[in-house]
Design a protein around this ligand. Structure first.
Ligand code: HEC
Length: 205
């Protein structure tokens, strides 16, 4: 009789332990994922924007560089200010303007030559006359989503090598974050030259 009671007790403990384990498993499954989304406040938006900009290669093309023995380094005094206005392009091999040839890039990647002509990376700093200082969040998101300047239906198509087709797929909150960060960096007055059509570029010396 005593032995039976002990058996029941032991099996009760086992059943309880199993129930406990299985309950625990279920609650672990129901845990919210770490990356659960929530509305970000302004400082969180800026931090996320900084993270996206520095990991998505915007600096590759939009920041002037200082040439060092280790290769080109971002010029931290000119961050995201686009192709430097005072920097003339070296002579262009005009073959690059015809399809089927090599395209050309400046060593700091802020200007490129191809069948589209010459394109200069834009000033993304918040300077009000030469950068995106006067842009609204709507202007920025519309530009990034449509690949047209300010997202206007008849706006100028944004030229290569700006990878807008990839960036257009960012989530709304991420584009807002990028814009918040760009608005928070120091404004740099740098009037990037206007792009040149292939015909205009062919006439360059
Ligand atoms: C491979 C080079 C490259 C990369 C990488 C790049 N861009 Fe650009 N971007 C350009 C060039 C070149 C232009 C100017 C194109 C033109 O004149 O039509 C441009 C134009 C733009 C414009 C349009 C400006 C205007 O006045 O209409 C915005 C906005 C922009 N880039 C944002 C970004 C952001 C944000 C990133 C990173 C997430 C980024 N770009 C990454 C090369 C690049």
């Amino acid at each position: 009789m005593k032995k039976n009671a002990l058996c029941i007790n032991v099996s009760l403990i086992l059943v309880t332990a199993l129930l406990y384990l299985s309950c625990n498993e279920t609650s672990a499954d129901n845990k919210a994922p770490i990356t659960e989304k929530h509305e970000l406040d302004q400082s969180e938006l800026i931090a996320r924007g900084k993270y996206i900009v520095s990991t998505s290669g915007c600096n590759d093309c939009h920041s002037p560089k200082i040439m060092t023995p280790q290769g080109p380094m971002i010029d931290s005094t000119k961050i995201l200010s686009g192709h430097p206005q005072a920097e003339p392009l070296p002579p262009i091999d005009k073959n690059a303007l015809k399809p089927g040839n090599w395209v050309l890039m400046m060593p700091d990647l802020t200007a490129a030559v191809g069948p589209w002509g010459v394109s200069y990376s834009a000033n993304l700093s918040p300077d009000s006359t030469t950068g995106i200082g006067a842009w609204t969040e709507h202007d920025f998101i519309a530009t990034m989503r449509t690949g047209r300047h300010l997202g206007h239906e008849n706006g100028r198509h944004i030229l290569p090598p700006m990878p807008w087709e990839n960036l257009a797929q960012m989530e709304e909150q991420d584009l807002k974050a990028v814009f918040a960060y760009l608005k928070a960096i120091p404004p740099i007055n740098n009037k990037v030259p206007t792009n040149l059509s292939p015909d205009e570029a062919a006439k360059m010396k």
